[in-house]
Structures are given as C-alpha cells and as structure tokens.
Ligand binder design. Structure first.
Ligand code: ZN
Length: 258
C-alpha cells in the first residue's frame, strides 16, 4: 500500500513547526503555540467522535427537506435475545426499521439475525468486534473488522450488507479510508436517545419526542432491556402525531445490499 499521509496530521505538523519557528524568532510566546496545538487536537477529537458533523466521513444522518412525515428507526448492538421483544413491538404497530448488527452477536444468535430479515427489516454492519479501541485502529484493521462482519452476515443469511453504522459514532480519517475500501454507506443519526446510558424511560422518551422532525433518524439499542417499552411509547407518539416510521434505506432511497 503506498504511503498516504493524513492531511490533518500534515496541518498539525505545519502549525507546530511554524509556531516553534516564531517562538525561536521571538515573535510569539511558547504558550500561544501550546494553546493552538491543544485547541487543534480537541477540535479533531470532537469532529472524529460526532457523526452528525460529517467532517471526515459523509454519513446519512437525516433527510433534509422531506415533505412527508417520515422518520427512520435504527437499533444498534444486536442481535441478542432482547431483539425478539423489539421485533414483536414493531410487528404490533406494523413498522419496519434498521438493525445494525455486531458480527460476533450474529454468530451467537444466527436465528435471530435471520428473523430480523424475515420480518422485513433491514440489517447493516456494525463491525465484527465493536471494540472500544476502534478510534485507535489502523484503517487496515478497521477494514478487516467491517469485512468480517459482512462475511458472517453473508454466511448466516445470504445478505451482502452495504449499510454501516459507526460504533460509538466514531468517524475518523482511518474509518473514512476503510469505508472507501469496503464501499459501505455510513448511516448516522440526528436523534440519540441515550437509551444505553440513562435509566429513566421518561427521560429517554422525552429526549426523542421533544425534538422530532420529518426526515430524522433515531438511534436506539435493541440490547437494552428497557428499549422495548420505550419503543412502544415512541410508536404510540408517532401514531398520534401522524409520523410514519420507515427503514433507513427507504428514508434515504439507497440500496441496503449489493
Ligand atoms: Zn454500537
């Protein structure tokens, strides 16, 4: 693989070298250089961990300017036993959604993975490992992790997934390169329910419903035990407010499989 330096690294080096030169010439004090480098590093960290900024990776976060009252529901981190409860509630309200599955969980629950597809929902790639170290992996390692998840899905249910949900919303330059190599569409969100962080069902539901608009993508987790109950309340709210929940690929009118 040819050496391809990252532009943000080069910018950082230029800032540092120029700054140190100006300090050497007595034009500026050292603390100015340290502050600029610190600010630049924090800026990079911020945009690398917020999928909504579309800074390094362009993701489908929400559908702008949509006239119909449509939103997309997405569930991360399954398939697990609890996914079956989520599927029951979606069926009860005749709603289709997107499930971004972890490869190692597909291996543990192949029948639940097939059940998601059988009921008309779309499945997408959420890496094989879902490692917390994702932000530190090389583009080669990220590529391998994404491809491994796709291999498991294809072996389990004969699907070639094209949608990808970045774990923890991490979208750094190495993930950009990995997605260029694998050809996946990155699907983000613009409403984060925090169902994997907060315990209060009312607080989580309120976070979603108070700012909902047509074209939104809502992030939920099918591995959280309280999510089915929150989902039912959310679906009642959507029904009452004449919203139609659809699969993410249908909201954005893109292909989910190749
Ligand atoms: Zn996740």
């Amino acid at each position: 693989m040819p050496f391809r330096p990252y532009i943000h690294d080069l910018v950082g080096i230029v800032l540092l070298v120029t700054g140190l030169l100006l300090v050497y010439l007595g034009a500026i004090p050292l603390w100015v250089v340290i502050s600029v480098i610190l600010f630049y590093s924090l800026f990079l960290l911020f945009v690398s961990t917020n999928v909504r900024f579309n800074y390094f990776v362009r993701s489908f976060n929400h559908r702008k300017g949509i006239s119909e009252r449509k939103i997309a529901l997405s569930f991360d981190d399954g398939p697990v036993e609890n996914t079956l409860k989520v599927l029951e509630i979606l069926d009860k309200y005749e709603v289709k959604a997107g499930f971004f599955c972890i490869g190692s969980n597909i291996e543990k629950h192949p029948e639940i993975f097939r059940e998601i597809i059988r009921r008309g929902h779309v499945v997408g790639n959420h890496t094989y490992s879902h490692t917390r170290m994702l932000g530190f992996l090389s583009s080669k390692a990220v590529t391998a992790d994404i491809l491994k998840c796709n291999e498991v899905a294809e072996r389990t249910a004969s699907v070639k997934m094209k949608l990808f949900r970045p774990p923890f919303g991490i979208v750094n330059p190495k993930i950009k390169r990995a997605l260029e190599a694998t050809g996946h569409h990155s699907i983000g969100w613009n409403i984060r329910s925090f169902d994997a962080i907060f315990n209060s069902k009312d607080l989580i539901l309120n976070r979603i419903t108070r700012k909902i608009n047509p074209g939104d993508v809502i992030l939920l987790h099918d591995n959280m035990l309280h999510t089915p109950e929150i989902l039912e309340q959310l679906l009642l709210f959507l029904q009452k407010n004449r919203y139609k929940a659809v699969r993410p690929d249908n909201l954005f009118e893109i292909d989910a499989y190749s």
